[in-house]
Design a protein around this ligand. Structure first.
Ligand SMILES: [Zn+2]
Length: 298
């Protein structure tokens, strides 16, 4: 019930930034940022793309929106003449899986967590942001699904993807390029602004914090971290994000333990000191606290 009220409240605010019908892709450019000899980050609209290119395969992480596929392919063609052989999805959201159908039809093997295939096989509602995602065509569905972890031994690297439970959703994979010292975190990490945690699809604040801790444990001061949204990051950026989430989570839990209602917790503004740094994204300060009330489950 709390979730439903949250969704209605945000609908009243006109808050539906990811509603597909409202997006205009005509001006979007796909920009490729080279991270090392075999690894790129592609930035356009929707989730950031990771790309491994080398002697063995073209391996892509996430594929944004269907209308951008020709521009994504053009950006890849400036790097390599080879077709995309593997697409890995960090989670099921449509701004990360919209290109699946086209790449799947062209023969790419789509890889994701078990719950990504399960969710993409039926209609989904992201209750908090009031967005709907209809079930996907067969060629868009992952054909290789993972419960725990999987490694790809390609392009001179070990590309190790591991599941982090109940974080941004219930089907997140984090991808670690072990030799390159690069990590793609999907939407477990939004760099520079308040995150969306899809608690209606199995996500949770504690799960995001635990997932961030796993990356902090494997990262060095030189690790390049690709967030789901926002610019390329480093370990210090990720540590600051962890501090934000852990601090606000603890404050809300303390207020709840004192018996405060959700309305009283909102009035207490438990994230106020973070608003200047993180409140300028698509989750506004008042929406962030409301979302955290849904994402903090115990
Ligand atoms: Zn997402």
């Amino acid at each position: 019930m709390r979730h439903l009220i949250a969704a209605l409240a945000l609908t009243a605010l006109g808050f539906a930034p990811w509603a597909q019908a409202q997006q205009d892709f005509s001006k979007v450019e796909i920009r490729a940022e080279k991270l090392n000899d075999t690894t790129w980050m592609l930035v356009g609209a929707g989730g950031n793309i990771g790309l491994s290119v080398g002697e063995d395969a073209v391996f892509m992480i996430d594929d944004q929106f269907a209308p951008l596929v020709p521009r994504i392919k053009a950006a890849i063609a400036r790097i390599t003449p080879k077709p995309v052989q593997f697409v890995m999805n960090t989670h099921f959201h449509f701004d990360h899986t919209g290109g699946n159908e086209a790449f799947g039809k062209e023969g790419a093997w789509i890889v994701a967590h078990d719950n990504v295939r399960r969710r993409m096989s039926s209609d989904q509602v992201m209750s908090f942001i009031g967005a709907r995602q209809p079930s996907s065509a067969k060629s868009a569905l992952p054909v290789i699904t993972v419960a725990g972890s999987i490694s790809f031994h390609i392009n001179g690297d070990e590309v190790h993807a591991f599941h982090v439970p109940n974080a941004h959703t219930d089907g997140d994979l984090i991808v670690h390029f072990r030799k390159s010292d690069i990590v793609h975190m999907g939407d477990v990490y939004f760099n520079g602004f308040y995150p969306f945690i899809d608690f209606g699809s199995g996500g949770s604040a504690d799960g995001v914090i635990a997932a961030v801790d796993r990356v902090l444990a494997l990262a060095t001061d030189k690790t390049k971290i690709i967030p789901g949204h926002g610019p390329l990051a480093n370990k210090a950026d990720l540590q600051a994000y962890r501090d934000l989430l852990a601090t606000v989570t603890q404050r809300i839990k303390t207020l709840r333990a004192e018996g405060r209602s959700d309305a009283q917790i909102r009035d207490a503004k438990p994230a106020a000191d973070f608003d200047a740094r993180y409140g300028g994204g698509f989750i506004k300060p008042e929406q962030f606290v409301q979302m955290m009330l849904g994402a903090i489950t115990k």
